[in-house]
Design a protein around this ligand. Structure first.
Ligand SMILES: *Cc1c(COP(=O)(O)O)cnc(C)c1O
Length: 227
């Protein structure tokens, strides 16, 4: 695990890069939220980021987040937790309880489960629809051609407010075309949030309109393989 000074320095560098990319495209840097992706990072690796002022964190797994965040949240004010990994319908209750923003709404059954848990709990996490811009079979997300109908269904059948879109471009493609496609769909529906860009490509995503960039390894170092 990397040391706390390195984590603080990485965060400072990324904040500078975000400001530079925003200025390059004549955007207000305060309109771009950095989500620090802390999947697989234990609590003692996350604390230095909190100490350096980072408050928005992204996790991929509900179960892992449940073991880390309830107590980390008690240690600092203003933590905002983002679910950026695939969500199973049977974890919807935990997800609504724990997360402030869910980036991975991508199918009818999940919309139904989230709707039920939101009504039951009275908690209203911000919801983003994941779009599978590369139409990769192994990846979650709604196909670009199905987004219009899915958004209508979320609203009309399930009473959900969707605030934005998220994508993970195919690893082998230049990302900008995917970011541009996501931005165009969001514009068409007047959705304010665009979650796109990771360690390797967040400046490009900002130039294409990202409001949320999800950065993990550039802050916390390379992840250990899961096993
Ligand atoms: C892991 C992950 C990230 C962060 O990736 P890095 O390349 O480490 O910045 C961002 N978004 C999603 C959906 C992820 O799963």
């Amino acid at each position: 695990m990397i040391d706390s000074q390195t984590i603080a320095a990485n965060l400072a560098t990324i904040r500078e890069e975000i400001t530079r990319a925003a200025q390059d495209s004549e955007r207000d840097p305060t309109g771009i939220a950095l989500v620090a992706v802390s999947k697989t990072i234990p609590a003692e690796g996350i604390r230095p980021a909190i100490a350096a002022g980072q408050r928005r964190f992204g996790e991929n797994y509900v179960q892992e987040a449940k073991t880390k965040w309830p107590f980390l949240r008690e240690e600092a004010e203003g933590i905002e937790l983002h679910l950026i990994g695939p969500l199973q319908s049977n974890k919807a209750r935990d997800a609504v309880e724990l997360f402030d923003v869910i980036h991975t709404l991508d199918r009818t059954s999940l919309a139904a489960s989230l709707s039920k848990e939101i009504q039951r709990s009275g908690r209203h996490p911000t919801l983003l629809v994941q779009v599978n811009t590369g139409e990769e079979p192994q990846k979650g997300g709604v196909a670009p051609g199905a987004v219009d109908a899915f958004l209508a269904e979320c609203r009309e059948t399930h009473g959900l407010t969707v605030s934005g879109l998220m994508c993970i471009p195919p690893a082998e493609d230049p990302p900008s075309a995917h970011f541009g496609l996501l931005a165009a769909i969001a514009r068409r529906h007047a959705l304010p949030i665009l979650s796109m860009g990771m360690s390797a490509d967040y400046p490009a995503a900002i130039q294409m309109g990202a409001t949320h960039v999800r950065v993990g390894s550039a802050i916390f170092g390379a992840r250990q393989p899961k096993g």
